[in-house]
Design a protein around this ligand. Structure first.
Ligand code: HQG
Length: 180
């Protein structure tokens, strides 16, 4: 497959494994997993032609490692980014002293007032390094990078999770922990 084909399949997998499994008639279990054989059969039935080897190629080569197989390869899920209500089953972890969030200027007034919210996703996404946050913010325009006092939040009892693909997740960052 060429880069364009793998990207197009990756985008479709993000849609069905994070947001709208019903588009091809699959269901996600409480931890976000779905059956690999059924996924392949239903994708093909809907005209999204894919073999197991091609699915594996998309998972392995994905730039952000967005998807993961279960150990026995019978199931697959998105590692983060869901809007559907599932639990990733991650244990809380101690975050680094500072994390980063990439956003754009038009959201800043609202972020000053109510802090960072998870919006339509299950969690708010924070990045380990500024460079990643720049990429995240750039999806919406000129990026504005917020530095988050995650160490202080952790001391104050806020919970943090690290997704399988290295994204830090939390529920809400009150404005007092944000260095604007
Ligand atoms: C903003 C991509 C107003 C927030 C990326 C963001 C990431 C507020 C937008 C992942 C706000 C939500 C997630 C508030 C937050 N008022 N705006 N109080 N609090 N916002 O897409 O972090 O390629 O849900 O700054 O790389 O941009 O899909 O979150 O701009 O890792 O794997 O509301 O999605 O990964 O947008 O991106 P999103 P995000 P994938």
């Amino acid at each position: 497959m060429n880069e364009q084909q793998t990207k197009s399949i990756s985008k479709f997998l993000s849609l069905i494994l994070r947001h709208q499994p019903e588009v091809i008639g699959i269901t996600l279990d409480e931890n976000g997993w779905t059956d690999v054989d059924e996924l392949i059969a239903k994708m093909n039935a809907k005209g999204h032609r894919i073999s197991f080897d091609q699915l594996e190629e998309v998972v392995i080569t994905n730039d952000k490692q967005r998807f993961a197989f279960s150990e026995d390869y019978n199931k697959i899920r998105a590692s983060q980014g869901h809007s559907v209500n599932i639990s990733l089953g991650l244990d809380p972890q101690e975050p680094p002293e500072y994390l980063y969030h990439g956003t754009v200027a038009k959201f800043l007034d609202s972020i000053h007032k109510e802090g960072l919210q998870r919006m339509s996703r299950q969690h708010l996404h924070l990045s380990r390094d500024r460079e990643t946050a720049v990429k995240v913010g750039s999806r919406r325009g000129a990026p504005v990078i917020l530095n988050i006092n995650s160490g202080a939040m952790h001391k104050d009892g806020f919970l943090f999770y690290l997704s399988d693909n290295g994204v830090w997740l939390t529920d809400h960052v009150p404005a007092k922990y944000i260095n604007f």
